[in-house]
Design a protein around this ligand. Structure first.
Ligand code: GLA
Length: 379
């Protein structure tokens, strides 16, 4: 038999146990598929957060408002087993270091290279920061990958809306620019990225995301089979600046119109493969307009498939050639050369100096809007 005291304590314990369940705030949070937690602080004491987006199938994307970085993405293999398929770090420290190779980040104002960091617009020459030999790369010394973005959770989706105002003159670019990047995780296992922007002066803009994927979750990516929906690519010089030509991929190691293993031809002593350096090239996509299939990647051991759809005219296929084992990432993994690949949807590199390439000019009164979708499945 229970005495009064026992009943009292039992009742109290029950109450304490159940109170959190009755708390309406907690109920909402449990249902919500986006959750925020503190991630850390930048050296100048700005607080940064980590947002976890989860869909109905348990697919999960983690994004920080520092650099708009996609920190992790868990996708199922053919047996439903989840693995994190993007390179990066467990905590904020790795991302805050200056030599991080843009893991997962939003890139701006200009994704990829601008020759000698110079371009002319409306009769005026602009000079940008030089941070890649004599060239400008990925927005400069402090690009959009290294700034703290405003963030707004959108429960339906779930989605995360990031915004940033880049001041006139930042990294040498003209005009105040207001940028928004919305990440949505759909129940079709798609991570959709919508970029939009307006400027108060004519400027140039080419936004992308620099996620390094590894569909096996770790190790070399050379066994991944890649299809790129492109009949042409933009050949480059030794500094990786396009020559201006659009060249057919036929009969070259750039031909991914039929699926081919990344490793199949990567070591060929081909002039365009930069004599064995690897893939770091912009492909001229056959699609256009509404998000069209740009690439499909299949990893035969796990069965994971990544499809990339975009409204952009190009995609930079980069095979992690500059990773050299000096970075220790998630769970102590050492990122060796070619342990990750990027599919950076974009306008072509150096477009501001190539009048025949699709224009990257954004004028006041115009709205910049592009969409890229990373879709995960398994077979
Ligand atoms: C892009 C470039 C590469 C390299 C990486 C970052 O993909 O095209 O050449 O700079 O970013 O290391």
């Amino acid at each position: 038999m229970m005495g009064y005291a026992d009943r009292f304590f039992l009742a109290l314990a029950l109450c304490l146990g159940f109170v959190p369940l009755w708390n309406p705030r907690r109920t909402t949070e449990a249902k919500a598929r986006i959750q925020r937690q503190p991630f850390g602080k930048t050296p100048d004491q700005k607080v940064i957060d980590l947002y976890t987006l989860t869909n109905a199938h348990g697919v999960e994307a983690r994004i920080t408002n520092y650099g708009g970085i996609l920190v992790s993405l868990k996708a199922p293999d053919r047996n439903g087993k989840l693995a994190d398929v993007v390179l990066g770090f467990d905590g904020p420290e790795g991302y805050l270091k200056n030599n991080t190779p843009y893991f997962g980040a939003v890139i701006g104002r200009y994704g990829n290279r601008i020759a000698k960091g110079r371009f002319s617009l409306n009769g005026r020459e602009y000079r940008l920061a030089l941070n890649n030999g004599e060239n400008h790369l990925h927005g400069g010394i402090k690009g959009f990958d290294k700034v703290v973005w405003g963030a707004r959770e959108v429960k339906r989706g779930p989605a995360l809306a990031l915004n940033y105002v880049s001041k006139d003159g930042e990294e040498g670019y003209p005009g105040n620019l207001s940028v928004s990047v919305v990440y949505t995780l759909t129940d079709n296992n798609e991570l959709k990225i919508e970029y939009s922007a307006t400027a108060d002066k004519a400027t140039i803009l080419n936004l992308t995301n620099h996620t390094y994927f590894n569909l096996a979750g770790e190790g070399s990516i050379l066994n991944h089979e890649v299809m790129i929906n492109a009949d042409r690519f933009t050949p480059v010089d030794q500094g990786l600046i396009p020559t201006g030509e659009l060249r057919s991929v036929k009969g070259t190691p750039m031909d991914f119109t039929q699926p081919a293993a990344i490793g199949a031809r990567i070591e060929q002593q081909d002039e365009q493969l930069l004599l064995g350096k690897g893939y770091d090239h912009n492909f001229v996509l056959n699609g256009g307009g509404a998000p069209a299939l740009a690439a499909r990647v299949y990893e035969p051991v796990s069965g994971r498939v990544l499809e990339v759809y975009t409204t952009e005219p190009g995609v930079q296929f980069y095979t992690g050639n500059f990773l050299d084992g000096s970075i220790k990432g998630k769970g102590g993994q050492v990122y060796q050369r070619r342990y990750g690949f990027c599919l950076e949807t974009q306008h072509f590199p150096d477009s501001p100096n190539k009048p025949d390439f699709p224009s990257t000019v954004l004028k006041p009164g115009e709205k910049y809007a592009t969409t890229t979708i990373f879709k995960f499945s398994a077979k």
